[in-house]
Write a protein that binds this ligand. Structure first.
Ligand code: B1M
Length: 217
């Protein structure tokens, strides 16, 4: 199994789209969960691409391709598989999710959205580069239970505080819980801006959303 995961990471970093998709299918056929495939191979591979970018071994174009490859594997294979296996029909609550203003990173936020849907939440995904007003407007319009924000840049995570301030100004802060996450965000930062919850990864994000709404597994 470890060998298959190593091959998958290697193929990912050579951007061999066909081989990556075939290996993902092979690994799923052994009984591994989509989340294992993400955490043991795809996420480490994308992170390795980031390290190579930092060292000057990869250019921005390669990061874009890494993003595209990740998205294709999610859309074509893993999301349908998660839906097939999770198959929940109940609605645990409504969550408005998005990547904050100025930030175009999509992959982690989309994984969190998929996992939340699979857990049974009604998820409204606002996409990337979402301004504070949009979060507030959509939360009010949909009577959301939770606003979930993602940020990957140390510059854009500051926007999370602006969203919380905008919620206070609009008078709905007490009605909606705020959960934050993304590579730039830490638990301490989440506390410092007054967020209700922090998710280190997608699995923990689902757990914290359930806890905030008093839902037991
Ligand atoms: Co960008 N980028 N990037 N990038 N990029 C990082 C974040 C960086 C660390 C790379 C580096 O330099 N080492 C660096 C940030 C430095 C910093 O601020 N500290 C960086 C930079 C600098 C930039 C640009 C400024 C580069 C440039 O233009 N010079 C630029 C900014 C664009 C912008 O947003 N305005 C930029 C652009 C891009 C691409 C477009 C090329 C591409 C994104 C493609 C896409 O999303 N479609 C990209 C990529 C791919 C990365 C790295 C390599 C990978 C990010 C990723 O998708 N990880 C990244 C390096 C890294 O993170 N190691 C990097 C995989 C993903 C599954 O993990 O998103 O962390 P992640 O999500 C996890 C958890 O964090 C958590 O769950 C997910 C699954 O477990 N999580 C949540 C996420 N959101 C959550 C929300 C929650 C709870 C949990 O609650 C609501």
């Amino acid at each position: 199994m470890d060998e298959l995961y190593a091959k998958l990471r290697e193929s990912f970093l050579s951007f061999d789209f066909d081989n990556v998709k075939n290996l993902v299918k092979t690994i799923l056929n052994t009984g591994a969960s989509p989340n294992e495939v993400i955490e043991k191979a795809l996420r480490p591979a994308v992170e390795e691409a980031g390290k190579r970018f930092e060292k000057g071994e990869f250019f921005l174009a390669e990061l874009v391709v890494a993003g595209d490859l990740f998205k294709e594997v999610m859309d074509e294979i893993l999301i349908p598989e998660i839906q097939k296996r999770g198959g929940s029909t109940k609605t645990l609550g409504t969550i408005v999710i998005g990547t904050v203003r100025g930030d175009l990173h999509d992959i982690g936020k989309s994984i969190v959205a998929t996992m939340l849907r699979a857990a049974g939440f009604n998820v409204i995904d606002l996409g990337v580069d979402v301004p504070p007003e949009k979060f507030v407007e959509e939360a009010a319009k949909n009577s959301a239970d939770i606003i979930a924000m993602s940020a990957l840049l140390t510059t854009t995570m500051l926007e999370m505080r602006n969203v919380i301030e905008a919620l206070k100004k609009s008078g709905i802060r007490e009605k909606v819980k705020v959960v934050v996450g993304g590579a730039a965000v830490t638990e301490d930062y989440a506390k410092s801006i007054g967020a209700d919850g922090y998710g280190e990864d997608a699995v923990k994000a689902v757990k914290v959303c359930k806890e905030l709404l008093g839902i037991r597994d």
